[in-house]
Design a protein around this ligand. Structure first.
Ligand SMILES: CC(C)(COP(=O)(O)OP(=O)(O)OC[C@H]1O[C@@H](n2cnc3c(N)ncnc32)[C@H](O)[C@@H]1OP(=O)(O)O)[C@@H](O)C(=O)NCCC(=O)NCCS
Length: 174
């Protein structure tokens, strides 16, 4: 980017450098690998979501959803998808850190990045849904300051309840 070019709007850059050899890059070229990898782990394995469906999710183009592969030292470590605008702050549609990379602070780094982008955009909240049975993810989000807003039955899968979560980033503006 030359000095004359304006910085991209929050969440709308092609790639982000999160430090510690962690990068968010366009999901292109990683869709098939992500489909296979996510189909093998919960929550997607538990509900039987096929790899092809997850691959198609990553291939989908939507002007209000920003999808990135997470690279750690150049290796595919996960992926993140964010919907913005949502409701006075962005909605985290999907976050996955692959098992070999979990527990190293990558999820936290991605959530810190998202909070920073949300604030830059003037947002005052982050939002997401987590399955009620996904105890590890619920512990992760609670540790990051998310609070349950309420249960949403039969949202993703009939018979399963999603918990709508909110993290306050700032006091509401005018
Ligand atoms: C949930 C997930 C995103 C966490 O990512 P991660 O990179 O492993 O998490 P981090 O290493 O950044 O951990 C950040 C904090 O969360 C806590 N945490 C992470 N996983 C946890 C778990 N399973 N149980 C309890 N706490 C956990 C860590 O202890 C850490 O706290 P600390 O910084 O105070 O030590 C990752 O495990 C994942 O992708 N899981 C599978 C997919 C999934 O469930 N996604 C969420 C769907 S809504």
């Amino acid at each position: 980017m030359s000095a004359a070019e304006p910085a991209p709007a929050p969440l709308r850059a092609d790639a982000y450098d999160l430090g510690s050899s962690l990068r968010l890059v366009p999901v292109d070229c990683h869709e098939a690998a992500l489909g296979l990898a996510l189909a093998a782990i919960d929550p997607w394995a538990r509900v039987g979501r096929p790899a092809a469906s997850l691959e198609a999710y990553w291939r989908r183009r939507d002007p209000t959803t920003f999808r990135f592969a997470i690279l750690a030292d150049g290796a595919l470590a996960g992926a993140v998808a964010v919907r913005d605008p949502f409701m006075r702050g962005p909605y985290l549609e999907l976050l996955a850190v692959l098992p070999a990379f979990q527990g190293r602070g990558i999820g936290r780094a991605v959530m810190d990045w998202l909070a920073g982008e949300g604030l830059k955009a003037g947002g005052t909240n982050l939002w997401l849904c987590v399955s009620d049975w996904n105890a590890p993810a619920r512990a992760f989000y609670e540790g990051l300051g998310f609070e349950a807003v309420g249960p949403i039955p039969d949202l993703a899968v009939t018979g399963t309840t999603e918990i709508f979560l909110r993290r306050r980033l700032a006091a509401p503006g005018a």
